[in-house]
Design a protein around this ligand. Structure first.
Ligand code: TXA
Ligand code: MG
Length: 316
């Protein structure tokens, strides 16, 4: 069991992180969405270490992080709509699932045997510095035990994974607070929304000049985040609550005050950034029953409600 080091967000901390990654170890790193649990995407042994630390089902493939679009050319085919989205939204909170090039050198465990690879170019300055310094692809799922809430601060990573990974780079709180939007591509040029996030389907459609489709109905477990019980705090979750019932802690939004509030002013961006941090806070308080105020289903509200529905789903 390694003792998990908290690395400072400076040159020395990044050099230590690179050394750990080169040795096949795991480093949790900040991105603008959530913290990722990174390892060398070319090494099956290193990637196996991610699955072990998270207790993650091996059929759930990982996102690979790169410093820029140029780096992506070595690993995947980029159809025209993917290039358009990458040009508009990378670096940023968006992941593209693309056909893997044969012989690209990505460890088979990363894709869980799928012929596609999920790629993301993050915008967070520390993630970018680490990717440049490491000089290779970093596989990184969210830095939380499987099925639990994603980490948006270094201390959340520590709470879930301390003693199971080599290090965490402390980059403070994540700005977006929800995992990246994921888009997939059909052979006929259609673009599908596989997971909602800060880059909305509407914004993507505006770039594409064509509507974005829902996930293919037959996609099943190959579509992302489709394990229904996901993003869950320890307590039970009841949605669309305007008042707390006996024994519940109420998470408010806008006019619904609550014991804690996602955003007192009803701001969706603030609510997204605070959601997982509040779930972690409720875990710390030992909240057994959580009620959540209604969140408008528009813009970033789609992604917030997607995460809330998963948190409220029956636990598998
Ligand atoms: O914001 C994010 O996306 C964060 C940061 C760290 O980048 N990462 C993240 O990773 O949320 P993770 O592993 O928790 O979720 C990645 C999702 C999973 O639901 C997985 O099923 C899906 O991406 N995925 C990965 N590769 C895929 C593929 N080839 N085809 C379909 N889905 C894929
Ligand atoms: Mg995750």
């Amino acid at each position: 069991m390694p003792q998990t080091r908290l690395l400072p967000p400076d040159d020395e901390g990044l050099a230590d992180a690179v050394a750990i990654l080169r040795a096949g170890g795991r480093v949790a790193l900040p991105t603008e969405t959530v913290y990722g649990l990174g390892a060398d995407a070319r090494s099956d042994a290193a990637v196996a270490g991610i699955f072990a630390a998270k207790d993650r089902p091996a059929f759930n493939p990982l996102i690979v992080h790169l410093p820029d679009l140029d780096a992506a050319e070595a690993f995947v085919e980029l159809p025209a709509p993917a290039r358009a989205l990458a040009g508009a939204f990378w670096p940023g909170p968006m992941t593209l699932v693309l056909p893997l090039k044969p012989g690209a050198g990505i460890a088979p465990l990363v894709t869980a045997g799928l012929p596609t690879l999920a790629l993301r170019v993050p915008a967070h300055p520390l993630a970018r510095r680490l990717l440049r310094a490491f000089g290779g692809p970093i596989a990184a799922p969210s830095a939380n035990p499987s099925g639990r809430v994603s980490a948006t601060e270094a201390r959340h990573v520590m709470a879930g994974l301390s003693g199971r990974i080599e290090a965490v780079i402390d980059g403070g709180a994540c700005g977006v607070g929800l995992e990246s939007t994921i888009f997939g591509f059909d052979a006929d040029g259609g673009v599908r929304l596989l997971r909602p996030g800060a880059i909305t389907a509407e914004a993507a459609a505006a770039v594409l000049g064509a509507p974005v489709l829902p996930p293919a109905p037959e996609a099943g477990i190959t579509a992302p985040g489709q394990l229904l019980s996901h993003y869950a705090p320890s307590g039970s979750v009841r949605l669309n609550a305007t008042a707390a019932r006996e024994g519940e802690v109420l998470l408010g939004f806008g006019p619904v005050k609550g014991d804690l509030s996602l955003s007192e002013t009803g701001d969706l961006t603030e609510a997204a950034a605070r959601l997982f941090g509040l779930f972690h806070e409720l875990d710390r308080r030992g909240a057994a029953r959580i009620a959540v105020a209604p969140i408008p289903d528009e813009g970033l509200g789609h992604a917030i409600n997607d995460r809330l529905r998963r948190a409220a789903a029956p636990r598998g």
